[in-house]
Design a protein around this ligand. Structure first.
Ligand SMILES: [Zn+2]
Length: 341
């Protein structure tokens, strides 16, 4: 009798079960992560599956009440967003052709840094390498080209630029006045991240957004920029906000440093767990070179991200775009701290 029941159960399982998989083409050597929105019995959101291809995702379906989406993160490819992949109540194979990473050109405009240190370009190349690391190994699928350099050496003009840059940094100077001063000698490159390196000793760096929130393609760094300042400003240019703030706890009145609270998902597993190396800490003396998948998703799909907001766009306009503010988490937008690395 016992054997009969076991046999019946096995038959029942094999008759009802199916198995879906995601097959990746052009995959690199790393282990990708697929976040799946679909119906697995219940309607689930961003259920993670970590595997080399093929990625088994169990028994998933989609329908009007439970729209489906598969997002694939990998080290060496762009993030792939597959809307409505066609998951049925049967064996499905969803083939995802991974694309190469989106590449952002970088031009450094060196404004009167005197004397020019012999290793200045090596330092700036290292800054770009850190950005490359942050947006590649954290699965964001964006890379930065080897920078090119241009030197502007009018000392009077350079001092004016530095003074105005410091004013922008402190909130005392209209950015338009500053960019007009730069434009006297520099025509920024289109479709390129223009990085202005200025002789302002107390300045780390800032990114200038346009009035509509898109990136202007302008980052300024000072001579006290840390090695991860450029990468951090690139995070802003690709729509990310700080994950912390310095201020006053409204409950206790204590001045301190706080995580930015985004509903239930401000705190991952009950703690403010973005990792000490997260790129978007506002103040960080150590190296910042990591982002979460929630952050990487935003840098890729947000309409305000530099890679989508240029003409021509670095990422083709036919690719899915979203408006995932840091604080939004729904079926369109994974929560910011989601990190399956
Ligand atoms: Zn910042």
């Amino acid at each position: 009798m016992r054997n009969f029941i076991l046999c019946a159960v096995l038959l029942g399982v094999s008759a009802a079960a199916w198995a879906d998989q995601v097959v990746l083409t052009n995959a690199g050597a790393d282990t990708p992560i697929a976040l799946v929105d679909a119906q697995f019995g219940d309607c689930e959101n961003d259920t993670p599956f970590t595997s080399v291809s093929p990625i088994a995702i169990g028994d998933a379906t989609e329908g009007a009440d439970c729209d489906a989406e598969i997002i694939v993160f990998s080290d060496d490819n762009a993030i792939a967003v597959v809307e409505n992949p066609g998951l049925t109540a049967g064996d499905d194979t969803v083939t995802v052709a991974l694309q190469s990473r989106w590449v952002v050109p970088v031009r450094y405009w060196v404004v009167t840094i005197d004397p020019v240190p012999p290793d200045l370009e090596d330092i700036y190349r290292d800054q770009v390498d850190i950005a490359d690391q942050a947006f590649n190994e954290s699965h964001a699928g964006i890379s930065f080209a080897e920078p090119t350099f241009d030197y502007e050496d009018d000392p009077t003009w350079g001092q004016d630029v530095a003074t105005l840059a410091m004013g922008v940094f402190n909130g005392d100077t209209d950015p338009d006045v500053y960019t007009a001063k730069l434009a006297e000698r520099i025509a920024p490159l289109l479709n390129t991240m223009n990085v202005y390196a200025v002789q302002a000793p107390a300045l780390t760096g800032f990114h200038l957004a346009l009035p509509d929130g898109r990136s202007s393609g302008h980052i300024t760094i000072g001579v006290t920029a840390t090695m991860s300042t450029l990468a951090h400003e690139l995070g802003h240019a690709m729509s990310l906000d700080h994950i912390n703030f310095i201020g006053i706890d409204t409950l206790t009145g204590t001045v301190g440093e706080y995580c930015v609270a985004y509903g239930d998902h401000a705190y991952y597993d009950g703690t403010c767990d973005y990792g000490v190396k997260n790129l978007m800490w506002a103040e960080q003396s150590g190296l910042r070179d990591e982002i979460t998948e929630g952050q990487g998703f935003r840098t890729t799909v947000n309409t305000l991200s530099f890679i989508n907001g240029r003409v021509p766009a670095i990422r083709p306009p036919a690719e899915p775009q979203r408006d995932c503010a840091d604080w939004i988490f729904d079926r369109s937008c994974p929560y910011l701290a989601l990190d399956e690395n």
